[in-house]
Design a protein around this ligand. Sequence first.
Ligand code: HT7
Ligand code: ZN
Length: 859
Amino acid sequence: LVAKRRDDYRAPDFTITDVALDFVLAPDSTRVTSELKVSRQGSHSKSLYLDGEQLTLLELSVDGSAAQDYQQTESGLTINNVPDTFTLRIVTEVNPADNKALEGLYLSNGVYCTQCEAEGFRRITYYLDRPDVLAKFTVKITGDKASLPTMLANGNPLESGANDDGTHWILWQDPFPKPAYLFALVAGDFDQLTDTFTTQSGKSVALELYVDKGKRSRGEFALEALKRAMRWDEETFGLEYDLDIYMIVAVDFFNMGAMENKGLNVFNSKFVLADQDSATDEDFFNVESVIAHEYFHNWTGNRVTCRDWFQLSLKEGLTVFRDQQFSSDMTSPLSNRIKQVRVMREHQFAEDASAMSHPIRPDEVIEMNNFYTVTVYDKGAEVIRMMHTLLGVDGFRAGMDEYFRRHDGQAVTCDDFVSAMQSATDIDLGHFARWYSQSGTPQLALARAYNEQTDTVTVTITQRNAPTADQTEKAALFIPLQIEFIDATGQHVTPDQAMYADNLLIVDKDTTTLTFTGKGSAITPVALGNFSAPVKLTSDLTPAEWLHTFRFANDAFSRWDAIQQLYNWCIEQYYQQQPHAVDENIWQGLYQAVEASLQETEILGECLVVPSFETLCQSRSNIDVHALNTARKAFSEALAEQLADLLLTIYQANQTDAYDYQPEQVRARRCKNVVLGLLAQLPECKDRIIAQFEASDNMTDTLGALKAAQHHDLVLFSNLMNSFEQRWHDDPLVLDKWFSLHATCERGDILAQLTLLRQHPQFSQQNPNRVRAVVGSFAFYNTTGFHADDGSGYRFLTDYLLELDKQNPQVASRLVTPLTQWQHYSSTRQDLMKRQLARLLEDSGLSKDLYEKVSKALA
Ligand code: HT7
Ligand code: ZN
């Protein structure tokens, strides 16, 4: 298997300007007729090569004459001696019912659906399946009228009619040239929700949302969220929707979250359907955020697309940043920022430390589906955020305007984006742009020295960029570091040197120094405010100074982070078998910090969350998994004991009225359920958990009670889980929460439990949501089960992946991630994990997807 390299990009030899597709739908033999207007680019006499996989070619003609001079392989079709411009007609047959990979055209639960990003269109017909070939599409669909009353494609419906044989047809036209990855077709029988949106220029847009029969009321929130997103993009970026109709279809079988096909978004139903009974506050949040993300792609992705797939972060990093800003405006900046940082610290730092480390703009790819990563998406968004910080709100907006002015309708690169941003202000982004090419997490270390004679504190910040699996040579990056300084009395002080802006220091060398003269010796730096850069920071702060920071820092994120750093320090003492180092002063300090924050529900709720096991791993090496997990739990239990009376007060103070998804209630429920999770570690909590479960009028509190029970006692857990299952056994989307809770339960017989879950009538290996809920939850979050000392957890995952890979390589490849991230663990554990990776590699039929990740992890 050969990797493609970014440096090898060549413009296409031919382009396609117009596409007419004709689908005649049938479960195992859908006929696709494609008429393409093709033209040679530049002067050369090369043959035309078209991508195509798993297709049965039935007819091929050039300008109306059957083609004779062509060759077919497993991955494409070469047609020789073609004219400079011509019409190519291709008839192929595909088998949607047999398509379990959910890429290309597939049929599941009676719904025909396509997924073409990144390279799925080549499984529908032969084509120049690359994002820099943009064509206008018309699509005719013919299908059974009774079972497929709704038949959708991109753009606007032009005509429709019925045939005598019980089929009907419809013709769609998309006026915007697009790459094939944005093509979509859906056919099925749905409930429909409709609405309209009037754009800022007065155009009326029809909004249509299609959901499973009987689920209409669960779609209402998504439709409202869509209108909020449309308005926000107009107000924030001046970006208006461009077609007359915007359609969203929710399907049950989907490999990822959603897909931004032009005018016809296809969504995993998990990110559309929500009501108070079936969805948690977090589900509502995710629905709004994914709806917005896909909508925002209409400009950042569709109107301006990627030249090649190495540029994926051009659209994904930027669109994640945009959806993050939207969510922050709709809910609250602090909890959003904390959520985003948790993803970075738990998942992206882990990826950067693993064999899959890659820059946000990768250099080398075997299987593109493997690069829809937290690095490309979330670190990509952090890089955009840093530009936002450096340019300011107005400068960033000017850069965005310039980007669209220059590139609307084009397929461009990350360099083009930076260049547009560069032109908007005087700020030189030359050094900054290295973030696109360098992988790895920069490590900043902050240290202080005091010179009594001159009464000067020197703060030194060193930057280290360690080699990663993919790159040995590293250079210093351009890091905007938000920082404030507090003296012993809690007053803010400023350094002798001028900084880039108020509270913003540029760290662009190996060492950066600031001094404070005449301000005393006790200066506490509060660095990485608002997580201003995706870096790891260590410092010489003491526990007392973390508490001082919590008390006096201006930046709310830094206050939260101070408590997290303090917890990390405490857990380290437990891990080192020195729990007494967490002394009375620290407990008292924590108690006072919480007591002083009783009215600050939002930060209080987040501060009471102990860092996850996965986050703790990112600042450690040679980890003894069970010792660290035990240390974390012991600290968490001690925290609950020490704060017990306060926790009870908080629990009682944060009871909410009848359910409503609105910010104040969401904060209260979050705080209450975090507290219940802590209290659940204490023996006397059982009745409280039961009471919450029984009184709950919403899924957030129900799930809060179940999670608490999981930490409290297995009998209680299993009773409540049974009652939950009885209520929801007909609703697999809701039952995923139940699957996931079972799979994350730390119990000795977890593998037997997983076997039972796989035999559950609602479990289906063909549905990615079910697989993720059971196997994904286990592998990513069941620390004791997955990391069992005898290697049985690793073996279980491997056995499962060997099966799943034959059906759905994309999902299998995502699930292998925890097994590839062995770098932080002790060497015996690394050996156990690598032994299973080696078993995977021995499979001669392994997919490209798994091969790429597993071979890297073993290199
Ligand atoms: N642009 C999409 C990425 C994607 C995808 C979506 C669903 C199924 C398979 C997929 N492969 C790639 C989703 C997004 O970022 O908006
Ligand atoms: Zn996206």
